[in-house]
Design a protein around this ligand. Structure first.
Ligand code: NAP
Length: 329
């Protein structure tokens, strides 16, 4: 029988990679997002694919129960991936009400599945931010200690998913994903801010790069690897929650130094620490232990930190009209 996936937040970084992954695996995919412009860009991105007709992309709001109910009953999905969110943690301190996308959105999808598609499998985009200040390395057993409105909303949704699995018998799984990046990452995120900022400096459009806390430690992987983990998790007989991480953490300063080194520039001459960009509270060290995912799902990241940053930098250099071969050392 053919498989149909429904993806919320399809026009974001992960949604776009997941869409391509599922098309490669012969799915029919219905994706929706609130951002019409990003959906139009995604449509252009996949239009050359011979299988593009198996994708249907729509503007819809996951916080609207009627939208979600209609999508569920019209598409009768076999798998549902809930990726919609305002995903920038820093912004959630200023605009905590935006986190309703995570709380209400998740509830809308779970309730619609319970009522209209109880056999559908459900994936929830949980986050390592739920661990907050918990000691590293974090595993599935680490107690949660969220320190941002975003992380509190993700934790509410995470518990809701577990409850719908245990109480209502839904085949639901949450992926506790650590940071994952790519050239498709939006520019406010620090990895992309760094690679885009370097390209601007090299092309003469900027003279400095302003960053917040250089000492925050994060565990960074490639989004392409992480969407594969989502699919593996959901296609296991007994859905369960998994930490997905590279197992290596580095500071923001280390990332900046590595990326500046790639173009032969001394990062200390260009990076300025800007107090206004420091968050009210930042988890000091997020570093995951994904041994359970490796044992149960056979999942391991394939893209190294170095390859990830190099790919992102090359894409930004090209977007600035530069040939990476001419610029990189
Ligand atoms: P993203 O690029 O921000 O994608 C999320 C998408 O959801 C955006 O296109 C966003 O549109 C859309 N959206 C916002 N409100 C919506 C609504 N009411 N209805 C429908 N769509 C809506 O995030 P991502 O990096 O792909 O991450 C995917 C999911 O994984 C998110 O839930 C994120 O919180 C979670 N996560 C990500 C990471 C990571 O490192 N990338 C780690 C752990 C968990 P706008 O751009 O207009 O807001």
């Amino acid at each position: 029988m053919g498989r149909t996936a429904l993806i919320s937040g399809v026009a974001g970084q992960d949604g776009s990679y997941l869409l391509e992954f599922l098309l490669d695996h012969h799915y029919e995919v219905v994706g929706f997002d609130i951002d019409g412009n990003a959906l139009a860009r995604l449509t252009r991105r996949i239009t050359e694919r011979p299988d593009a007709r198996r994708a249907r992309l729509l503007v819809a709001d996951v916080t609207q129960p009627d939208n979600v109910r209609r999508l569920l009953s019209d598409t009768a999905p076999t798998e549902v991936y809930n990726l919609a969110a305002q995903s920038f943690v820093g912004r959630s301190y200023a605009d905590p009400y935006d986190d309703v996308v995570i709380t209400t959105g998740t509830l809308n999808l779970l309730e619609a599945i319970r009522r209209h598609a109880p056999e559908a499998r459900f994936y929830q985009a949980s986050s390592a931010e739920m661990f907050g200040d918990a000691a590293a390395p974090q595993t599935e057993q680490t107690p949660f200690a969220p320190v941002s409105p975003y992380a509190c909303a993700k934790l509410y949704a995470h518990h809701l998913v577990r409850m719908y699995r245990d109480v209502h018998g839904l085949k639901a799984a949450s992926g506790i994903l650590f940071n994952h990046e790519s050239p498709r990452r939006r520019r406010e995120f620090v990895t992309r801010k760094i690679t885009h900022g370097i390209a601007a400096i090299v092309s003469g459009q900027a003279t400095e790069l302003r960053l917040g806390n250089l000492d925050s430690r994060r565990d960074w992987g490639h989004a392409r690897d992480y969407v594969r983990a989502m699919w593996l998790m959901l296609n296991r007989d007994e859905p369960a929650d998994y930490v997905i991480a590279s197992g290596e953490s580095r500071t923001v300063g280390e990332l900046a130094r590595f990326a500046f080194d790639l173009v032969g520039l001394d990062w200390t001459r260009y990076v300025r620490q800007d107090a206004s960009l420091v968050r009210p509270h930042d988890p000091a060290n997020l570093c995951g232990d994904a041994q359970r995912a490796e044992a149960d799902l056979g999942w391991r990241p394939e893209v190294s930190f170095e390859a990830l940053v190099t790919e992102m930098l090359d894409a930004d250099l090209e977007a600035h009209g530069l040939d990476p071969k001419d610029v990189r050392r």
